[in-house]
Design a protein around this ligand. Structure first.
Ligand code: AFP
Length: 320
């Protein structure tokens, strides 16, 4: 019988945590994402498509699946003793637990269902997560606002033709595929590397007229070199393609969204850590994403991520 490696077993060997604490914490994330994936697979058969009828803290229409995904993650993680706080895109404030520094060591930040406005048209969506260690000084609120350089784990689950989990703990990037027959994420690729250069650029060009100087000519330059465009509008899916095929994804600032659209803590930071671990780069247009000191949990940032060659050219183009 072929031996398999599950994500919990793998991650435990990749983090400096002596006990099985981190594997147990990870099992909360994998259980929730398996519940989300099961719900998505049946979305057309049950009454799960469409708007929930409320707005989230970002002023965006919540989809029924957003609400389900958020609750699944909270339910599966709140019982893990090692969790000190949970921060979600869908909730205005962090959920904090009254646990000692010795027990409640981790803060988990997540976007439960990224790209959910795509769900009704059966396009890929994802869950993004980031884990920080609670600081031994300061308040729990301060621990929640750590820069991306201090992430101890970052990952995402892409609900596509197959369901894939990608994570890093700073020891390379590893990918797992959900084996439906046994209900486990099984190792499919270790030490993934983003190609140094790709053939695609990925950006919503509808706001080109209000991009800052340098962006438009950068994209025109890529087109001139023969690059092709790809834009799904689900960050996890656009990022996953960039990780595998190389190239560049951009969400620049524009007139309507002067500070960018994507969220620093639970979108840009985890994907930036994965990109860097795979040999790529991530920038806000003025500096390295991972070095931004967050001021609030739902802070937005411009976000450019991709292969080394395209990102170095980007930094030259915008003077970053
Ligand atoms: P939703 O979760 O509301 O669908 O937002 C998804 C998202 O934040 C990200 O996944 C996409 O990259 C981005 O929006 C697409 O935004 P535009 O429609 O403005 O291009």
């Amino acid at each position: 019988m072929a031996k398999i490696t599950t994500v919990q077993g793998h991650i435990q060997g990749n983090i400096s945590e002596a006990s099985g604490t981190f594997g147990w914490l990870m099992s909360g994330i994998t259980l929730a994402t398996k519940m989300i994936e099961a719900k998505i697979r049946h979305a057309g058969l049950s009454d799960t498509y469409g708007a929930y009828g409320a707005e989230n803290v970002q002023g965006e229409q919540q989809q029924k699946l957003d609400v389900f995904a958020n609750q699944a993650l909270i339910d599966c993680l709140e019982r893990r003793d090692s969790v000190a706080a949970l921060v979600s895109e869908e909730d205005e404030r962090p959920v904090m637990f009254d646990r000692s520094l010795d027990t409640g060591k981790y803060i988990i930040v997540f976007d439960p269902l990224d790209g959910s406005s795509n769900i009704d048209v059966n396009v890929n969506v994802g869950t993004i997560f980031s884990v920080h260690k609670r600081m031994t000084w300061g308040s729990l609120e301060e621990s929640v606002l750590q820069p991306g350089t201090r992430q101890v784990c970052a990952g995402y689950v892409l609900y596509g033709p197959s369901t894939v989990l990608v994570y890093t703990t700073g020891q390379g990037v590893h990918s797992f595929t959900l084996d439906q027959t046994i209900g486990a994420f099984v190792l499919s690729q270790e030490h993934m590397k983003m190609p140094e250069k790709g053939n695609y650029y990925s950006v919503n060009e509808s706001s080109v007229a209000s991009w800052p100087p340098g962006y438009e000519s950068y994209i025109a330059g890529l087109r001139h070199q023969g690059y092709s465009a790809r834009y799904i509008g689900s960050l996890v899916a656009d990022f996953h393609r960039t990780l595998l095929k190389g190239g560049v994804f951009l969400y620049p600032p524009n007139k309507q969204k002067a500070g960018g659209k994507l969220r620093l803590l639970y979108e840009a930071n985890p994907l930036a850590m994965i990109a860097e671990q795979a040999g790529g780069m991530a920038s806000s247009g003025t500096g390295r994403i991972l070095e931004i000191q967050p001021r609030e949990i739902h802070q937005r940032t411009p976000f450019m991520v991709g292969s080394k060659v395209e990102m170095e050219a980007f930094e030259r183009a915008v003077g970053a």
